[in-house]
Design a protein around this ligand. Structure first.
Ligand SMILES: O=C(O)CCC(=O)C(=O)O
Ligand SMILES: [Fe+2]
Length: 305
């Protein structure tokens, strides 16, 4: 039986996988080879594929439990397959799609829920002539390259993730936004997490974090800015230029990503995405999203002195 060929595309992440037709059921060997490459390279690119929704669902299902997209507005799902989220900037019946500007800041899918996604599989259906790239950052490397002093500070630290920090959420249809807020109140996750398969630790930070637990807002914002800048340094990033038919599969347990708006918005960009449910509930809901600002702390000091 022929084996797949894995060719690295970047130092921190990304590899191209050829020698396989994803429309056919995977053999056990192929499944194992792909999983091994996925764990090693975080982002796998399968060029020149042509998958029906059912075939994309079947391929994704070889790597875990398909997300039924309960945290997404129903209007953003494929009409016949709720396992497929349609990422589209097309205007239909005079209305912009609820996903027309999805993923525009650095994020880890569903970190604003208690169970962030395991991974996802995107199939490129339509693309603008230039731009509309997607970037992924390797969050193992991000953690491993921090100084021991900062790592000590991060051990045991938790962060509040908040769906309202999704970039451009206020520009989406009000009913879609209301639905997202209702479905996903803020949640707390540890800043350092352990990958369930590799056992390696990574840094769970991104631009959808409101604050760190137990810190003032000023402390949170400074630390967050430092960590986000560090985590998304070019050294840790793979940038993908889409071609029609690409299937890209990423490991969400050790990475964050951003979909760039660097393209002519009058040109269609359409991707079908299947997502894998996270293996574990790693977060907890919180009602406490307000931090303490410096002014309040000064007043508290003044009151006792
Ligand atoms: O459109 C893209 O390239 C990715 C959007 C995104 O963040 C996602 O599907 O999770
Ligand atoms: Fe995403």
């Amino acid at each position: 039986m022929s084996t797949i060929t894995v060719t690295p595309l970047g130092f921190a992440a990304g590899a191209q996988v050829t020698g396989i037709d994803l429309s056919k059921p995977l053999s056990e060997l192929q499944q194992r080879q792909i999983n091994k490459a996925w764990l090693e390279h975080i982002v796998l690119v399968f060029p020149g594929q042509e998958l029906t929704p059912a075939q994309q669902i079947a391929f994704t299902g070889s790597f875990g439990t398909l997300d039924q997209h309960g945290s997404q507005a129903p209007t953003t799902l494929h009409p016949e397959h709720r396992e497929i989220l349609v990422l589209s900037n097309k205007v239909v019946n005079g209305k912009k799609s609820g996903t027309y500007n999805s993923g525009r800041n650095w994020h880890t899918d569903l970190s604003y829920t208690t169970r962030p996604a395991k991974g996802a599989v995107i199939h490129c259906k339509e693309k603008p002539p230039v731009g509309g790239d997607t970037m992924w950052a390797n969050l193992y490397l991000a953690l491993e390259t921090l100084s021991p002093t900062i790592r000590k500070l991060l051990d045991g630290l938790e962060a509040v993730h908040d769906v309202t920090l999704v970039q451009g959420i206020e520009l989406r249809a009000p009913e879609v936004v209301a639905e997202m807020k209702k479905r996903t109140p803020p949640v707390v996750h540890p800043v350092v997490r352990t990958h369930p398969e590799t056992g390696r630790k990574s840094l769970l930070v991104n631009q959808r974090i409101r604050r760190f637990v137990g810190m003032s807002d000023e402390e949170s914002q400074s630390l967050l800015a430092m960590l986000n800048t560090h985590a998304t340094s070019p050294e840790f990033v793979y940038r993908h230029r889409w071609s029609l038919g690409d299937v890209v599969m990423w490991d969400n347990r050790c990475s964050c990503h951003v979909a760039l708006g660097d393209f002519d918005q009058t040109k269609p960009r359409v991707m079908f995405r299947c997502s894998l449910e996270g293996e574990v509930e790693s977060g907890r809901l919180t009602n406490d999203i307000g931090g303490t600002d410096r002014q309040t702390m000064l007043q508290a000091v003044a009151a006792v002195s």
